[in-house]
Write a protein that binds this ligand. Structure first.
Ligand code: SF4
Ligand code: SF4
Length: 503
């Protein structure tokens, strides 16, 4: 293990890890659910486009939705069966909203399509590696959901001094990356080497939290010299992308910039395993490891098919009652409450956590300006000022206080003696500003389209008027008449447009 000099980031807190319940127990697979619900929007970027129809039979691994745009993502059938619906279903979202999904009624046969394997991945060039990752529909499995092929492609296009494989799973209860490193250390390391080669990275680090000794032991037994294993102190949120970069390199990612802009790329360990399987075996991303924990009978890590309803997962662990518990997707610090258990596992769900409702915090009280939230913020923000701006929806002030630098880590809310759910306020303010920006962008687009339409209509009217005159004896038409004819044609076209648009 490396003796690399580590650095500290501002703020952070020590938390009770609650990991022993699942950390040392092997992961399991559950019976295939009767139905899988696959959201078309489970990543950053445009929603995927279904390429199947209701009633169509599909095989395991078959493509069921195509990527749209550069930051798009493909979706594959996690098992064989029949497509029985395409439409809105409940999803994991703070608002409890529904979104477009594909419903797959499973047949229990697990009949799979043949995958295109590569015998010697060392012979693949960067482009082929990138393409196989894109074909497999892999997104960042650490939670952000950024398409992995885009990140790897950006890395191949720019200089990568340091590639960091993030195994620092700092939220309480979550141990799926820990189990993955313990159960598949060879694939973690081979995937890291493959991505380092594709990005031409000068160094490659696999970072593991210090309270994961078994994972570090498994990696140490298999790591080649070219990969540096580093144990990172268990301070929350050391696993945050920017915080981990600072801990390992001493560098800071400036506001508004990406890690790649300072020569660093960070990928989660689960993403790396998925990339390895995609590149070597052509395996699309149809399942993921996630932790099912909290107030449950024998919590465990589960290899879950994408699209598995949360209710199906929890039923296995003897849980059925939402009135006495709140269920989170993610950990207790950054997780999102699951308001409808029919919502399903997406590619970014790393934990399903059931906590008794009496675990919840006391009622919110007024801010007493104690300032305790300030020193724990790992980004160096002023949470109390951000709270004031967010509370009264002062979007300009919130942005002046760098709202969008907030990583939603919850350190400020954790120490707040007034039990103010600060992150809820910040998330609400961010989504309000994003909605405003979207509305403005739509309005700008609509204006631009209208102007372009007007321009086209004018040009067409001019051409029509002129061509009509050309048939006549042009010499007999004076310039004034010609101008009037063109103007009338333009006016008619405008009038027609106004009628059509219902204005
Ligand atoms: S910790 Fe809570 S009460 Fe104290 S200043 Fe911050 S927001 Fe206000
Ligand atoms: S939630 Fe945001 S403001 Fe609060 S400590 Fe974390 S980064 Fe700072």
């Amino acid at each position: 293990m490396s003796q690399r000099r580590l650095h500290s980031f501002p703020g952070g807190i020590s938390l009770d890890p609650h990991k022993s319940e699942t950390q040392d127990t092997a992961s399991i697979r559950l019976p295939v659910p009767e139905k899988l619900i696959l959201s078309l929007q489970q990543h950053v970027g445009l929603a995927a486009e279904p390429c199947v129809t209701v009633g169509q039979s599909v095989l395991k691994n078959e493509l069921i939705a195509t990527a749209r745009g550069y930051v798009g993502m493909r979706l594959h059938a996690p098992t064989s069966g029949v497509i029985t619906a395409i439409g809105p279903f409940p999803v994991i979202h703070p608002s409890g909203q529904s979104t477009s999904c594909i419903e797959l009624t499973t047949d229990g046969e697990e009949t799979a399509c043949e995958l295109v394997r590569v015998d010697d991945p060392a012979k693949l060039d960067r482009k082929a590696i990138y393409q196989r990752i894109a074909d497999a529909g892999i997104v960042g499995l650490g939670g952000a959901g950024f398409p992995a092929h885009v990140k790897v492609r950006e890395g191949t296009a720019q200089t990568v001094d340091t590639l960091i494989i993030n195994g620092v799973e700092c939220e309480p209860y979550i141990t799926c990356d820990d189990r993955l490193m313990q159960e598949y250390p060879d694939e973690v390391l081979a995937g890291a080497a493959l991505i380092a080669r594709a990005m031409n990275a000068k160094e490659c680090i696999v970072a593991v939290e210090e309270d994961m000794p078994s994972a570090m032991g498994a990696l140490r037994g298999a790591a080649p010299d070219a990969i540096e294993l580093v144990s990172v102190p268990a301070i929350y949120p050391a696993g945050g992308e920017k915080q981990l970069i600072t801990v390992l390199t001493g560098l800071e990612v400036p506001t508004g910039m990406l890690p790649i802009n300072i020569g660093v790329a960070v990928l989660n360990v689960a993403t790396v395993v998925a990339v390895f399987r995609a590149v070597t075996s052509g395996q699309p991303l149809i399942e993921r490891m996630l932790t099912v924990a909290g107030d449950l009978r024998e919590p465990r890590n589960v290899e879950s098919l994408i699209g598995t309803p949360i209710q199906h997962l929890l039923n296995y662990f003897g849980f059925s009652d939402l009135s006495s518990h709140r269920v989170l997707s993610g950990g207790p610090m950054m997780g999102t409450e699951v308001l409808d258990l029919r919502a399903s596992v997406t590619k970014t769900v790393n934990c399903v956590l059931a906590l008794p409702r009496d675990w919840e915090e006391e009622p919110e009280r007024a801010c007493i300006r104690c300032g305790e939230c300030v020193p724990v913020c790992p980004v160096g923000l002023q949470p109390q000022q951000l709270f004031e701006a967010s509370r009264i929806s002062d979007v300009d002030a919130a942005q002046d206080f760098h709202l969008f630098d907030c990583i939603d880590c919850g350190c400020c809310a954790y120490v707040c003696p007034s039990r103010i759910p600060l992150v809820h306020y910040f998330r609400y303010a961010k989504s309000s500003i994003e909605a405003l920006d979207r509305d403005r962008a739509h309005a700008d687009l609509a204006r631009a389209r209208y102007a372009a339409h007007e321009q086209r209509a004018s040009a067409q009217a001019s051409t029509t008027a002129l061509s009509g005159i050309e048939l006549a004896d042009v010499s007999s038409v004076d310039a004034g008449e010609l101008r009037n004819e063109v103007a009338a044609a333009v006016a008619r076209t405008r009038l027609k447009h106004t009628d059509d648009s219902g204005e």
